[in-house]
Write a protein that binds this ligand. Sequence first.
Ligand code: FMN
Length: 200
Amino acid sequence: MTKVLVLYYSSYGHIEQMAEAVAEGARSAGATVDIRRVPETAPEAVVKGAGFKTDSAHPLIDGPDALKDYDAIIVGSPTRFGRMASQMASFWDTAGGVWYQGALHGKVGGAFTSSATQHGGNETTLFSIITNLLHFGLTIVGLDYGHADQQKIDEVLGGAPYGATTVAGGDGSRQPSVIDLAGARYQGRRIAEVATKLAA
Ligand SMILES: Cc1cc2nc3c(=O)[nH]c(=O)nc-3n(C[C@H](O)[C@H](O)[C@H](O)COP(=O)(O)O)c2cc1C
């Protein structure tokens, strides 16, 4: 059975919700899915001062070698100054041994993100994740226009051909919408389907 890892970091829960939707989509394609977080690396004073969410039902990933156990790896991170969060980059920066072994070559990958504003850098964040994954040899699957609602313009929404996104608002009060979550599910399903086909 195809094994999918949804690996994420989330300070305020938007990416956590998107991760669950991505996982749902992958499961709907028949895959076995694990959702894992990367460790918090911000100082305690920042975590407390900025009100980061510290509780989660999802366990931490058991080190970089755990990446080898999956057919597909889908990475989610909030936007930080137009790129992935340092917490996520920091995890990948410990995976040099996995890179050296070429252990992820040919696996399927994808990216999803959240930003405060619609044009605050979510697409460049997706590409910062995708760039990282390409270095490890993953074959990237985005969010194709089969998720047709990404073309709507009558409401604020996330979603780009490069990956599922959501828009949190300047104060973080906007939650992932029905369409944003549908995009995340669609991408999860598509990635699991591609991974299953490549493994056949
Ligand atoms: C240090 C920092 C930098 C950020 N940079 C951006 C940014 O460049 N563009 C943007 O739209 N939002 C930015 N944000 C807002 C986050 O992207 C937003 O809080 C996040 O998408 C919410 O997702 P989460 O609930 O999963 O943490 C930033 C937030 C922080 C704390």
